[in-house]
Design a protein around this ligand. Structure first.
Ligand SMILES: Nc1ncnc2c1ncn2[C@@H]1O[C@H](COP(=O)(O)OP(=O)(O)OP(=O)(O)O)[C@@H](O)[C@H]1O
Ligand SMILES: [Mg+2]
Length: 385
């Protein structure tokens, strides 16, 4: 499983040494170095000679879902628990050999007991004072799998959206004529009882018209402004509460440090509302039903092929029966529904509005636990029409 490695981290460490060995401008160099390490997408952990954690970068904080402040000083055994082997032993092996070693496809147990598949590189280092330490670089492999799935998902959704827009336009055009003709016909009818039929044509044309309007989405340019995510979520919460007559239990788990996002707030509220309404509908028959609105910040997160420094993750969770298996794969396609009277447009509209902001929606569902994640980049995105 182990192999000697000449990986990107090796060159980074060499770079680190060369920077640190220069006595002049050392402070500036350290700042440069810090910036590089903070922006790496791999988790970097530095242990001292006693294998106690000295440093971890933001990607490592993300992976372990804990701040460096809480984890500094912890022993390697407490932190890097691999069911397949002894982390301390592997570290010692790297130090003794003097070479970097890599273990691929390692199953790593995280503090929340979840397991992730990672490539792990252990690099023995010695600084200018001859004090030794060990640098550990961890790359999450299942994340790569997810990124390519997201790309696939985004292109699939774009194709579906184009198809639906084309179809909606084609339906919209003759609809006006159909309705107008039915109205003219109604005026010419000598037998008033027959107007019942023309009224059916008019009502159905109106129903189709509003369906098509929903499919086509808003016909004005997005109105982008800086908005607090929690203001939008509170609006969604109030609307869902009002619609249910105050019977739904909504739990809030907000991270107050989340910065503002640059979005068209009406559209984002609409998207979140479509998801939250589904959740409220799913738990409507359950006495112990709840919805949880949660916000978190993700660092160095890739959406499609763009890596963002900061992404806001909004999760809308419920403990309802879960999404029926037969629709889960095509959930975000228009007209996919498993609820009576549903048009199957809510999620496709939500997806399209989030995509317009360079974001992404993901869903995980099993009986008793359905989670929708909305990811929105924090930096200004040019929302598309
Ligand atoms: N939280 C959830 N729990 C269980 N099933 C869900 C949940 N969210 C969505 N679904 C399922 O996904 C389907 C599609 O949802 P979507 O919002 O796109 O359409 P809809 O709710 O049927 O109709 P509408 O256009 O009125 O929103 C729903 O019919 C429902 O079966
Ligand atoms: Mg819906």
């Amino acid at each position: 499983m182990f192999s000697t490695s000449t990986r990107s981290m090796d060159s980074l460490v060499r770079f680190l040494h060369s920077l640190l060995s220069m006595n002049n401008q050392i402070m500036t160099r350290q700042t440069d170095l810090r910036r590089i390490i903070d922006n790496l997408s791999s988790a970097v952990l530095l242990f001292d000679a006693e294998y106690r954690l000295q440093f971890m970068n933001p990607a490592a904080e993300m992976l372990f879902a804990a701040s460096a402040r809480h984890l500094l000083g912890q022993g390697v055994g407490e932190l890097l628990f691999c069911p397949s082997g002894d982390a301390e032993h592997n570290l010692a092996k790297a130090v003794n050999s003097g070479h970097a070693i890599t273990e691929r496809q390692l199953s790593l147990m995280l503090p929340d007991q979840s397991q992730v598949i990672v490539d792990c590189t252990i690099i023995p280092i010695q600084d200018s004072d001859q004090a030794s330490g060990v640098l550990v670089e961890i790359q999450q492999i299942d994340r790569h799998v997810r990124i390519s799935r997201e790309e696939h998902l985004l292109s699939q959704q774009e194709a579906a959206r184009d198809l639906i827009r084309g179809l909606a336009h084609e339906i919209k055009n003759p609809l006006g004529g159909l309705r107008g003709a039915a109205q003219l016909l109604e005026k010419e009818l000598s037998d008033l009882a027959l107007s019942e039929y023309t009224q059916i044509i008019i009502d159905e044309a109106d129903r189709l018209q509003s369906l098509v309007d929903r499919m086509l989405g808003p016909n004005k340019l997005p109105d982008i402004a800086s908005v607090n995510v929690h203001t939008m979520l509170e609006r969604v919460r109030n609307l869902v509460l009002a619609e249910s007559g105050g019977t739904v239990r909504i739990i809030r788990d907000y991270d107050p440090s989340i910065p503002e996002v640059h979005v068209d707030s009406d559209r984002i509220i609409q998207a979140l509302l479509n998801i939250a309404r589904n959740a409220a509908h799913a738990i409507s028959d359950q006495a112990d039903g709840w919805i949880k609105l949660k916000t978190r910040i993700l660092r160095q997160f890739t959406i499609g092929n763009i890596r963002h420094k900061l992404v806001v993750q909004i999760s809308i969770e419920d403990n309802g029966p879960g999404i029926p298996e037969q629709i889960i794969e095509k959930l975000f396609y228009p007209m996919v529904t498993a609820s009576d009277g549903g048009t199957g447009l809510g999620l496709s509209i939500a997806q399209s509005m989030i995509n317009q902001h360079g974001g992404l929606i993901e869903c995980n569902s099993k009986p008793g636990e359905t989670m929708f994640y909305v990811m929105l980049p924090v930096e200004c995105t040019n929302a598309k029409d």
